[in-house]
Structures are given as C-alpha cells and as structure tokens.
Design a protein around this ligand. Structure first.
Ligand SMILES: Nc1ncnc2c1ncn2[C@@H]1O[C@H](COP(=O)(O)OP(=O)(O)OP(=O)(O)O)[C@@H](O)[C@H]1O
Length: 247
C-alpha cells in the first residue's frame, strides 16, 4: 500500500479479539473499526473489562487480532510474524505506561536515548535536544529515576517514547499514578507533542478530565465501539460514561 500524508497513523478495520474457545470464549473486541488520523490525540474510555487494553494492544501489535486488519502507517500488522512485530514496536511505536518503566541504573539521558542504543533509530542529537527541552528535563539529565518525582519520571518516559519519531505514541493510563496537578502537566505535555510535533497519540484512561485533552474520545462497551465524542468537556464524557453503565 502506498503511504500518503492523509493516510491515518493507525487504522483498525473490523478488529475482533476472542480469548479461548467454546463455552469459555471471551470476546474482548468485537468488530471495531476506527481511524486514528495523523497528528491527532485520541482517548479510549469504557467500563472495566470493555476492551480498552485489548484495543491498545492490538493497535500496538502487542496482541494479534483474531480477525480484522490493523494498519500502522500503511503497514499491515495483523499478519506479521513475531520478529517483524517486535521490530515495528521498537522502531515505530512509542509506549508510555502508568508505571513509567524506566531503567533504575541508567541516568535520565541514558533512559531517553535507550531506544537509540538498542538500534531502534539513527541517533539525531538535534532531535534529542529538542525532545529533552520539550519535556523540560534539560537540568535533570544526569539524575537517576529514583531522584525524580513521579511526574518527572513520566516526562522521561514520554521523551523516550518520542526519541525514535514513532508513527504513534500509545499511552496506557499515563496519569494513573500521579496527583491531579502533576497529571495535568503530563497531559499538557502529550497535548503539546500532538500540537507542536504533529505526533499521533492514543491514550487509554479512566479519567474524564484526562480524556478531555484529546481530539476524539472513543467509548467501548463489551468490546464494541459505542460511539465517540469530538473535543468533549469532562462533563460530557462523564455523562456518556454514566449512560454506558458502571465505571
Ligand atoms: N488473556 C486473556 N484471556 C481471557 N480473557 C481475557 C484476556 N485478556 C483480556 N480478557 C478479557 O477480555 C475483556 C476485555 O479486557 P481488557 O483488559 O481489554 O478490558 P479493559 O477495558 O482494559 O479493562 P480495565 O479497565 O479493567 O483494565 C475482559 O472481559 C477480560 O476479562
């Protein structure tokens, strides 16, 4: 497939994921079709067990769909073997987790550059400097993770996710372990990398305030896409979640 600038960063077409078989089969995702346009911020919400993590994992090539297609910048992930998927994840996707996942023995600078040391992309000192400045860590480069606050550690993780210039940054509850003020800074940073760097961000969250930073909010229930909202307020998101049931 020829890539064009208008192609979405990620396209899921009728993606289903079924765990197990027979009577014990669980349908975690049920024919989900959605585009994540380049340079936009998408949040995924839904009740517990609605398929949010499965959605993120399928979009990231961490889980293979049972059926359907997942395109990352025009590359089909659903039929790739595990070695090829590992390379795609390393080179073309940035991950941000609730628990930061930094390497304790490495400095901030080394943690940020880790994907480059692992060969995920060519080192580009200019871009590295740009990323470090954007996340506001220029004066912490020689610290180790335990010397940083939670918010600062998450900013290191975001810098590490950006350093390869990935097709998309996928974030799983990135503010889940942070207080609201620090969480706000992390959300502003994610918003800033979308607006300033043209990055594509996909974020799973339980928090309507976090989701309200996104351009589009997708709602899942029982593995199905149950609608979306464009640039909604936290109140509009909370109301939709209440309509969807327990959360
Ligand atoms: N490996 C697995 N084996 C069997 N069932 C699974 C597996 N992984 C997920 N599921 C089921 O798939 C459904 C969707 O799970 P998923 O973790 O994607 O939901 P979620 O919306 O992220 O939930 P939460 O908000 O609680 O983290 C759930 O019913 C879950 O129990």
């Amino acid at each position: 497939m020829i890539e064009t600038t208008t192609a979405p960063a990620i396209r899921l077409s009728s993606v289903s994921k079924v765990h197990g078989s027979g009577d014990g089969a669980v349908t975690a995702l049920d024919r989900v079709t959605v585009d994540l346009p380049r340079g936009t911020f998408t949040a995924v919400m839904g009740p517990s067990g609605s398929g949010k993590s499965t959605f993120l994992h399928c979009a990231a090539g961490l889980e293979k769909p049972t059926s359907g297609s997942v395109l990352l910048g025009g590359t089909e992930l659903s039929t790739m073997d595990e070695n090829a998927l590992t390379a795609v994840r390393r080179e073309r996707i940035g991950f941000v987790f609730q628990s930061y996942n930094l390497v304790p023995a490495l400095t901030v600078e080394q943690n940020i550059a880790l994907p480059l040391l692992l060969g995920a992309a060519e080192a580009d000192p200019e871009w590295l400097r740009h990323v470090v400045e954007r996340v506001g860590l220029a004066d912490r480069l020689h610290h180790r993770p335990h010397q940083l606050s939670g918010g600062q550690q998450q900013r290191v993780a975001i810098a590490r996710a950006l350093v390869t210039r990935p097709d998309a940054v996928l974030a799983d509850e990135p503010t889940g372990a942070l207080d609201s003020r620090t969480g706000r800074q992390v959300l502003d940073l994610l918003r800033g990398v979308v607006d300033g760097f043209g990055q594509t961000v996909l974020m799973v969250t339980h928090d309507p305030v976090a989701a309200s930073c996104a351009d589009q909010v997708l709602f899942l229930t029982d593995g199905r896409l149950a609608g979306s909202l464009h640039r909604p307020s936290p109140e509009a998101i909370a109301e939709r979640m209440t309509q969807l049931g327990e959360w």
